[in-house]
Design a protein around this ligand. Structure first.
Ligand code: B12
Ligand code: SF4
Length: 526
């Protein structure tokens, strides 16, 4: 039986499906005769999901279905697919006014309904696609992977058809072995009904792989709706420049999904890939790396890449990325500006060096400020999103005052209108240090379900523990009331009105703990 692979990106907000594009490209380079097709449900209206999938399967008659599931978790302070999840949850948990509480409860119900509907719908689409493919090829099989599967691989397998291969992390070598008929026992995967996930499987290292430029002429030929993402100039098309992150931030799972070892995609290959998109009219790129500059030793790689982008004549592009701003130098800052970086996110989480250390983030906040000054001096005049997650561990009024002082300093550097405080509350994720911490502190039982959106579990997973939990709840509710359109800035304003600012120097110094440290476990291993 000749292999025919259908890649189905499951419904998702319109984010370019770079994962399936890379998988199809990799398979084509090794097996040029294998027929492939990309089908993106992110570009299909919800009412048509089933019929569009049916039509695609009927036409292509795949032997292997590769389902890519990008995201599930929705705790962000932004309008998610079922409303503003953070606002609903906070109204329900913290509002004193019964009407607001009721609104939160109803919003939460709506949200939970849309969350579970999405879960069931996606699982239904996988089953449906497989069943239909089997009417043409009884041996047809299915593999599932992608960001959401990587995080929730243990839970998702329970409701997928027997024989489904559930994959964690990158899928290139898994597909390669599958097509060669080789054993998958070394891959980060398991087969529903046949094998169970190995203990700590997600912590195993991904198989090394040297990435080459994606061949977009080929991708265009197997993806009839390729043009979809090219019509709107607002889309940032994904390009990966490296994989892996060496850090240990306590709430983060990227470092296990992608592994700790940073693997650089050769700059020439990245530029060759971008050039193909550029020649098709694309001017906005998102470097999809967990971190664009994961550590100082990767500064030279970033410099090389940006210089090569300029040398290739792509001097009218814009790009964005997650940036660890502690790893910049003036040369890199200059190139970032010259190559058109017009947005970046720094996830410092807190402006208190003491907490940054406790959360194992490895940031030096003083260095971040110095580098931001260099970036401004190099001419950066665009948007910076600074991600803060309050109340992760050991937050006090004092550390909040420090974060406020730090934030105001960033505003002095870039301009208050250019620094956007993105206020997150951590959505607790499995396989993180924070999860272990929650077990140790008896805040969660090891058999909890990380995918549950039931109020009693969700309240713990949306990390905002007491004693400060209610305080933050109240502040956020006030911010939504005062200015729902500028939530982050409003939260900072209210906090400053209530608590005032610490001296900046206090924020930047982290005294070595002498007294009993109730967060010993988290700190000592970093
Ligand atoms: C870059 C990124 C973003 C960028 C995307 C920019 C862009 N234009 O592409 C931005 C900042 C916009 C973003 C936003 C969000 N993101 Co995001 N993002 C990432 C990140 C860091 C990388 C994703 C990526 O593109 N990687 C590169 C490509 C090549 O890899 P990939 O798509 O994962 O595909 C590989 C593998 O997954 C695998 N694979 C994929 N499909 C399949 C299928 C099969 C069968 C197999 C075998 C393998 C396989 O092989 C591929 C190639 O190696 C990941 C974390 C991570 N390190 O993976 C989170 C991640 C995907 N995001 C996540 C989330 C939740 C979101 C948001 C929904 C957050 C929010 N609540 O608002 C939003 C979505 C916003 C929206 N509009 O809907 C989650 C999803 C899982 C979850 N928790 O639900 C992740 C995993 C982070 C996390 N751990 O929480 N994100
Ligand atoms: S630096 Fe970013 S990607 Fe790396 S572990 Fe920390 S939060 Fe995760």
């Amino acid at each position: 039986m000749d292999n025919k692979i259908l890649y189905v990106r499951l419904p998702c907000n319109p984010i370019f499906p770079i994962g399936v594009v890379y998988l199809a490209d990799h398979v084509h380079k090794l097996f040029p005769d294998v027929q492939q097709r990309i089908f993106d449900l992110g570009a299909i209206p919800p009412l048509d999901y089933r019929s569009a999938l049916d039509a695609c399967v009927d036409e292509f008659k795949p032997t292997l279905l590769v389902f890519s599931w990008r995201d599930i978790q929705i705790y962000a302070p932004v309008g998610g697919r079922g409303g503003n999840p953070l606002q609903n949850a906070f109204e329900f948990y913290y509002a004193k006014n019964p009407l607001t509480k009721l609104r939160g409860a109803l919003g939460g119900l709506r949200l939970a309904a849309s969350y579970y509907t999405e879960l069931w719908r996606n699982q239904g689409l996988i089953k449906r696609g497989l069943k239909r493919a089997q009417t043409y090829n009884p041996q047809a099989s299915v593999v599932v992977g992608g960001g959401a599967v990587s995080v929730f691989y243990e839970q998702l397998g329970r409701s997928l058809p027997t024989g489904t291969i559930v994959s964690v992390g990158e899928g290139e070598t898994l597909l390669e072995k599958l097509l060669r008929g080789q054993s998958l026992s070394d891959e980060r995967c398991y087969i529903v009904g046949q094998t169970t996930p190995r203990d700590r499987m997600i912590h195993e290292k991904p198989t090394p792989l040297e990435k080459t430029a994606c061949n977009y002429n080929y991708i265009e030929s197997i993806w009839p709706e390729f043009e979809y993402y090219f019509q709107d100039q607002d889309f940032y098309i994904g390009v990966q420049t490296k994989r892996g992150c060496p850090h240990n931030c306590c709430y983060c799972v990227y470092t296990v999904i992608e592994g700790k070892q940073v693997r650089i995609n050769p700059a020439d290959e990245v530029v060759a890939e971008m050039k193909q998109l550029y020649d098709r009219g694309i001017r906005n790129f998102w470097f999809t790396d967990a971190q664009f500059i994961p550590a100082r030793r990767f500064i030279n790689d970033a410099v090389e890449l940006l210089q090569k982008i300029l040398d290739a004549g792509m001097d009218d592009i814009h790009w964005a990325a997650y940036i660890r701003a502690d790893n910049l130098n003036p040369e890199l800052c200059d190139l970032m500006v010259k190559t058109g970086m017009n947005y970046f996110e720094i996830g410092i989480t807190s402006g208190s060096q003491e907490l940054v250390r406790k959360m194992r983030m490895g940031y030096n906040l003083r260095v971040v400020l110095e580098n931001c000054r260099d970036l401004k001096a190099a001419g950066f005049n665009d948007l910076v999103s600074v991600n803060y997650s309050f109340n992760v561990i050991d937050e006090t009024f004092e550390t909040i005052r420090q974060t406020l002082a730090y934030h105001r300093e960033l505003e002095k550097i870039f301009g208050a209108d250019k620094v956007e405080p993105a206020i997150f509350f951590i959505g607790l994720q499995p396989h993180t240090h924070l999860e272990e911490y929650a077990f140790e502190k008896d805040m969660l039982k090891p058999d909890y379900n990380p995918m549950s959106l039931m109020p009693w579990t969700a309240r713990k997973l949306l990390w905002n523990p007491e004693p400060l939990g209610s305080f933050f709840g109240e502040v956020c509710l006030e911010a939504w009331q005062r200015n729902p359109y500028d939530f982050g800035r409003e939260v900072m304003q209210i906090l400053e009105e209530r608590l005032g600012l610490a001296p900046l120097e206090e924020a930047l110094s982290a005294p070595v703990e002498t007294k009993k440290d109730n967060n010993k476990q988290l700190v000592s291993a970093s």
